[in-house]
Design a protein around this ligand. Structure first.
Ligand SMILES: NC(=O)c1ccc[n+]([C@@H]2O[C@H](COP(=O)([O-])OP(=O)(O)OC[C@H]3O[C@@H](n4cnc5c(N)ncnc54)[C@H](O)[C@@H]3O)[C@@H](O)[C@H]2O)c1
Length: 359
């Protein structure tokens, strides 16, 4: 078992990573000293695969465990689901010492911990992420929330979990396309902070794609450590946390423009990383080699690197301006200087960006 700490004073918590650890969740949960009532929040697919094991592990250590099942999919990441969860928690008579256990991918984690942050002004929340993307990214750092019809992730809170419990064996049942989406975020960590992780991803693609346990534990641990360090430094994204958005400024716009059903989040980020590297190069901030390295690793993993058909550069620009990352009408880009280092750039000329998007 590997452990990473997110250091946030009295709100610090552990990320625990290993193979086959799902059945030991109860042993760790006991140490948190919460009340005995718990509600597992999940969807039918993930609960059907792993719900009973998690329930048994918790009940075996004396917890009184209920469950709330919400439908699968990004489309259900909305206030209706939150309302449903809160109603069920009230019916189960959870109190202020009770716990929400988020069992699923990023969608479940975001909704369940958002509901936990609202219930009785905030009860403990455990993240049990089951997709690679949620294991390396969304379960760590305390961003919770739902989508609004006027924008993605527009309603939410900063609310840290009390524990992140990552069993890598659950990735065996994940669709390959979903695994790749998580790999895009790992590549992102390499570009923003860790040349060694980037090289590892480059040199071990076969092992990573085969879900070799040692390789998977390694990349999850490194990713979580990078995110934990950044979040510990800047919990509410006043500064350095923004670098986690490398690839996301363009990526989010592509997700919006393709209606959230053509590109997975990680796929959009992978295209975004390629174009943001090109932008950095065009501005003279990085050499051709950086662009080539990013494009070639993305393509080696079978992730997309080019613009989806029919997306006009002007509409990407307009959509980026509506994103919550656009502050006071100014776009913010995270641009690589080299592999392992990025800087935050504002006030780049809009016509210039459009020219790069057209390239
Ligand atoms: N809070 C954050 O910091 C943060 C960061 C990045 C992304 N996100 C959010 O995360 C969401 C995307 O998360 P995701 O990529 O995990 O998608 P997801 O939660 O929709 O999961 C993808 C699919 O895989 C299924 N699944 C999950 N685990 C499985 C398993 N072990 N075996 C088989 N199937 C499984 C799910 O039921 C779903 O159908 C987006 O809503 C995004 O906004 C949040």
């Amino acid at each position: 078992m590997e452990r990473v700490t997110v250091d946030l004073g009295d709100r610090s918590y552990e990320i625990v990573i290993g193979p086959g650890i799902l059945d030991a969740l109860g042993d760790e949960a006991v140490k948190l000293g919460t009340g005995e009532k718990m509600a597992i929040v999940s969807n039918p697919k993930v609960f059907g695969l792993y719900g009973e094991r998690v329930r048994r592990s918790l009940a075996g250590r004396g917890f009184n465990v209920g469950e709330v099942i919400i439908p699968d999919g990004e489309i259900h990441k909305n206030m209706d689901s939150v309302d449903h969860i809160l109603t069920e928690l009230l019916k189960m008579k959870l109190d202020r010492s009770s716990v929400v256990v988020a069992l699923g991918g990023g969608v479940i984690g975001d909704i369940a911990c958002f509901a936990a942050s609202l219930y009785m002004r905030g009860i403990a929340c455990l993240q049990v992420p089951t997709t690679l993307l949620s294991q390396v990214d969304s379960s760590v750092g305390g961003k919770t929330g739902v989508n609004h019809e006027l924008g993605k992730n527009m309603i939410g809170t900063f609310y840290q979990p009390s524990l992140v419990w990552i069993d890598i064996d659950v990735l065996q049942t994940l669709e390959r396309r979903e695994v790749l989406a998580g790999i895009a975020e790992v590549i992102k960590y390499g570009v923003i902070r860790d040349q060694d992780l980037f090289s590892f991803m480059k040199d071990n693609a076969q092992k990573v794609l085969e879900l070799d346990p040692d390789s998977i534990v390694h990349i999850i641990k490194r990713s979580c450590k990078i995110k934990a360090d950044i979040v510990s430094e800047d919990e509410r994204e006043a500064g350095v946390r923004a670098i986690l958005n490398f690839g996301h400024t363009i990526g989010h716009a592509l997700e919006t423009l393709t209606g959230y059903d053509k590109l997975l989040h990680g796929e959009a980020v992978s295209i975004g990383m390629c174009y943001e590297a090109i932008l950095s190069n065009a501005l003279g901030k990085t050499g051709d080699e950086t662009v080539r390295e990013i494009k070639s690793i993305v393509e080696d993993y079978g992730l997309p690197s080019g613009m989806p058909e029919g997306i006009a550069p002007g509409s990407i620009m307009d959509t980026m301006m509506l994103d919550k990352k656009a502050v006071g009408g100014s776009l913010r880009f995270i641009l690589p200087d080299r592999i392992g280092s990025v800087s935050i750039e504002k006030d780049i000329d809009k016509d210039y960006i459009i020219k790069v998007l057209r390239a």
